[in-house]
Design a binder for this molecule. Structure first.
Ligand SMILES: [Zn+2]
Length: 826
């Protein structure tokens, strides 16, 4: 089989990267230090980080690279050859990545799905598709065939499976053809890309650029399986958004907001609109925007000593100085003198009067004899500390480094110490009877657009409540909880110190990773810290390495920020919907979101009714996103996150769905916008220029379009709360006599899960569930060869049961559904 790939500029580096994603500013001596001789220690992290585009062969490599501590979450995208994305790295790390087999792409050389519809680069059908003689049943199924348009361009997305997809020798190829409208012949043969994840064949899929909407497609496997399918619309004919009402007010947020601004506005909204808004304070304070003060001194390598204060920097740690003192006499013992906050280590001397204390000896002395000022002192990283430390030129001031503002940081001082996170609760009836919706933004500190998107949604609710009918319906029928930033410490660090900060600021690192040069890598990935499908239980995508971008924490729920979420959904058990808002990528996720890599065992797949409800809700939400400026989140980026992207062990969505039954969405706002000028999809960034190109990558445009989507999610919740209508269902074909074996399947009137029996027993919630043939496919087909009676009932996403049947207890009515397929005896 021949692969033809066109290399085009897909993930052009956003112009902003150069100005925002820079390392901490130059260290610089502090002229106000304790003495004129004071010098700041110079940790070895002065090299600039930059964002590079990379390609990994697959999830296995992603795990390895993440475990090695590389920061490359988000902006990741499945491509036929693996996973592409962005890494925030130094030049030295680029070399390390390359050594691990990661391909570092030139700035303008991303991979795009093959996108020609005119057959111009099509595979030579005769040459590539010699149908192999086959004496077995090869089957091909189409999971999706979706048509959409964006900015004047049509696209066809196809996802199909062959039952022989896992076969590796030879690999079974797939080819898709489409017609050009009703009644036209198939043509335009193109090769499909095989998608393998964690060693398992997933499906074949491609996104093709087309000028004419096809009505049908035909998919053929290289072993002779063939099937046809009807093309559906994806996000076409979106209903007008709320913003279409001329009197509707929007566009409230005028720029990026740091946590103090977000929280202050949340509290102001609660004061201004007391009839529909209030603040709920989360009980666990964060561990704080604060650090211990540190220095690294005594030399390099085996002679280096890393010193950390007992007190937080702002609580006295920054006032401490440490000096290593050389003395002229011979054979002197090591001693420590403490005067106020000045610690002097009088180095031991040998017979010749030269310094003779090793790094280990000095570290031990500092830990035990510094009058409690220093509680952590150790050799550098994994060194034994056998080198003789050198005297310092004078006292060295310890620092928490938090006064080093990054270039472009906002004005003002950041409050030090633990933060209390306010939740902005909006709803006319906040009595626990309306369906609750939790919007949780900025678990990841550097993701600034999720915070503005959430704030914009809150503003739209309160400003339009009195004047807009649709908004009034939302406010009167839902109970909304906004966490505008769930990681204020990390977010402040991102705004003021290190723009690429992802995690919170809690340092769980052992000595080997505790030197100040590592400080930008400390912290826990809050979206890996939960209890279901967690890394602690062997699921993939969470790291045990404290400096990894996906560090999962020392235990499940170790962090106050994740404990708070659990507290909130347990206290407000009416919360039935949740959106974990991230950036960037243009993706919308649900379960499963994690798997055990060996065998690719996912968290349990949602029942078919939930899956269908997720898809239906996603289409509503994403149609409203599209309505703003035609941004399309494509179907290959929608679904169970571990199916379409990667496994993220211990994410919040898994916990909330499996533990509490909350419909838990996650999305990656921003990025992946089609650019008609170049004909390519363009990726975004964590902090796009606020007033960037309004048609492409712009913080403002992303905020407005994704706020549309959040507003629609509220409408989904309101409709769900009012859904008292029972679902109906039927078996196709139904009751009847058939001459031979017959294929039957269930159909429901709305997203609903069917429980059924075929053994004569009454159906209960423990009965088999009607399932999909395979994930991302419609319901299974039963091949019935003998007379069989199906007994079943259906339950919709709101819990309504067909015909009010009660599956929990026997009643005489037995009003479940039945159908008998009678197969005539020959
Ligand atoms: Zn994120």
């Amino acid at each position: 089989m021949r692969h033809i790939q066109r290399r085009i500029a897909l993930l052009a580096l956003p112009a902003l990267v150069g100005s925002i994603l820079v390392a901490t500013g130059p260290a610089g001596a502090d002229p106000t230090g304790p003495s004129a001789a004071t010098s700041r220690s110079q940790p070895e992290d002065r090299e600039s980080v930059r964002l590079v585009q990379i390609r990994l062969t697959g999830a296995d490599m992603l795990d390895k690279v993440a475990a090695a501590g590389f920061d490359l979450e988000h902006g990741l995208r499945r491509v036929p050859t693996g996973i592409e994305g962005e890494a925030v790295v130094t030049a030295e790390q680029v070399t390390e990545l390359t050594a691990m087999g990661v391909e570092v792409l030139a700035d303008d050389a991303g991979f795009a799905w093959s996108d020609q519809a005119d057959g111009g680069i099509g595979v030579d059908a005769a040459g590539a598709w010699a149908v192999q003689p086959s004496n077995h049943q090869a089957t091909v199924r189409i999971a999706r065939a979706d048509w959409f348009t964006t900015k004047g361009q049509g696209f066809l997305y196809v996802e199909a499976r062959t039952t022989e997809g896992q076969q590796a020798d030879p690999i079974v190829g797939m080819q898709v053809e489409n017609d050009s409208g009703k009644g036209t012949p198939f043509g335009f043969a193109r090769t499909m890309s095989r998608f393998v994840d964690s060693g398992q064949y997933m499906f074949h899929r491609n996104l093709f650029k087309l000028d004419t909407r096809p009505t049908r497609i035909q998919v053929t496997s290289s072993t002779g399986g063939v099937t046809t399918g009807v093309v559906s619309n994806w996000l076409e004919n979106a209903p007008p958004p709320l913003t279409a009402n001329p009197s509707y007010k929007s566009d409230f947020v005028d720029g990026y907001k740091h946590p103090q601004q977000l929280y202050s506005r949340a509290k102001e909204i609660a004061r201004q609109y007391p009839d529909i808004a209030e603040i709920v304070y989360l009980p666990n304070q964060t561990n704080g925007y604060q650090r211990k003060a540190q220095a690294q001194l005594g030399g390099t390598g085996q002679a280096a000593v890393v010193v950390t204060s007992a007190a937080w920097g702002h609580e006295g740690g920054n006032d401490i100085t440490v000096e290593f003192v050389d003395r002229p006499d011979a054979n002197l013992p090591l001693a420590v003198e403490v005067t106020g906050k000045a610690v002097r280590v009088l180095l031991a001397t040998d017979a010749a009067g030269a310094p003779a204390s090793t790094a280990t000896q000095v570290a031990d002395a500092l830990r035990t004899r510094s009058a409690g000022l220093i509680d952590r002192a150790h050799p550098y990283r994994t060194n034994e500390g056998s080198g003789i430390v050198a005297p310092t030129a004078g006292p060295v001031a310890l620092t928490d480094f938090l006064d080093q503002k990054r270039v472009g940081a906002p004005e003002g001082e950041v409050p030090r110490g633990p933060a209390t996170i306010p939740v902005l609760r909006i709803g006319k009836h906040r009595d626990g009877k309306k369906p609750g919706v939790l919007i949780q933004a900025q678990d990841h500190a550097r993701e600034w657009v999720p915070a503005t998107t959430s704030l914009e949604s809150a503003e739209r609710l309160v400003h339009n409540y009195r004047s807009d009918r649709e908004t009034k319906k939302i406010v009167e029928n839902t109970d909304i909880f906004f966490i505008l930033s769930n990681n204020p410490d990390g977010a402040n660090y991102s705004f003021y110190n290190f723009a690429s900060q992802r995690k919170n600021m809690t340092n769980h690192c052992p000595d080997a990773s505790a030197d100040p040069a590592q400080r930008n890598s400390w912290g826990v990935d809050l979206n890996r810290n939960y209890r279901v499908g967690s890394g602690h239980d062997g699921y993939a995508g969470g790291s045990t390495n404290c400096v990894s971008g996906t560090y999962q924490g020392p235990e499940e729920l170790s962090e106050p920020e994740s404990k708070n979420i659990i507290w909130l959904v347990e206290k407000y058990s009416n919360i039935k919907f949740m959106m974990s808002v991230h950036s960037n990528g243009g993706q919308l996720f649900w379960q499963p979101g994690a798997y055990i890599a060996d065998g690719r065992i996912t968290t349990p797949r949602p029942p078919l009714g939930d899956e269908a409800f997720y898809w239906q809700s996603a289409a509503r939400i994403l149609s409203q996103v599209k309505a703003h400026r035609e941004t399309v989140v494509t179907p290959e980026n929608v679904g169970g996150s571990s199916d379409v992207l990667y496994s993220s062990a211990g994410n919040v969505r898994e916990d909330l769905y499996y533990t509490y039954g909350i419909y838990a969405f996650g999305w990656e706002v921003g990025g992946s916008v089609y650019n008609p000028a170049t004909g390519n999809w363009q990726g975004g960034s964590f902090q796009p220029e606020w007033t960037g190109n309004p048609e492409l990558v712009s913080g403002h445009a992303e905020t407005m379009e994704y706020a549309n989507g959040i507003m629609e999610m509220f409408r989904v919740a309101a409709d769900w709360g009012k859904d008292k209508k029972d679902p109906t269902s039927r078996l196709i074909p139904g009751d009847g006599k058939y001459r031979g074996p017959v294929d039957v399947r269930f159909e429901t009137s709305e997203p609903a899960t069917i429980y059924y029996t075929t053994d004569g027993s009454r159906p209960t919630l423990e009965s088999p569930r009607y399932a999909a043939t395979e994930f991302r496919e419609p319901g299974q087909v039963f091949h019935v060869t003998e007379t069989t009676t199906f007994r079943w009932f259906s339950v919709d996403s709101a819990g309504n049961i067909e015909k009010n049947y009660d599956p929990t207890k026997t009643d005489k009515r037995n009003n479940y559904r039945t159908a008998t397929i009678t197969i005539a005896k020959k």
